[in-house]
Design a binder for this molecule. Structure first.
Ligand code: ZN
Length: 95
């Protein structure tokens, strides 16, 4: 869950503050270190037309511990989890 605070400007705008794990409630630190972990799960459903989008999206942000627990649980339930190095992944999603 991404947490925003409201800042008073000439208009109200949501400003990103932090990301909290949607399972355990711990703050997910993305402090720019060399260690990388990102687990954002999303599901988008609906229809999208040139006139407008009529879809909804469900999202979940998870810390490293809860993200690994979720993926391990999914694998045990029979979901196929794909693993590769990040450079290969970004090449694949940019096709
Ligand atoms: Zn967590």
């Amino acid at each position: 869950m991404k947490v925003f605070k409201q800042v008073k400007l000439l208009y109200k705008k949501l400003v990103y503050q932090k990301t909290i794990c949607d399972r355990c409630g711990q703050e997910i630190n993305r402090d720019g270190s060399y260690d990388k972990f990102d687990c954002t799960l999303s599901l988008r459903e609906g229809r999208s037309f040139p006139e407008g989008d009529f879809s909804t999206i469900k999202t979940m942000d998870l810390c490293q511990k809860c993200g690994n627990t979720l993926f391990n649980s999914l694998e045990k339930e029979g979901y196929k989890v794909h693993e590769c190095d990040y450079d290969a992944y970004t090449e694949r999603i940019n096709v």
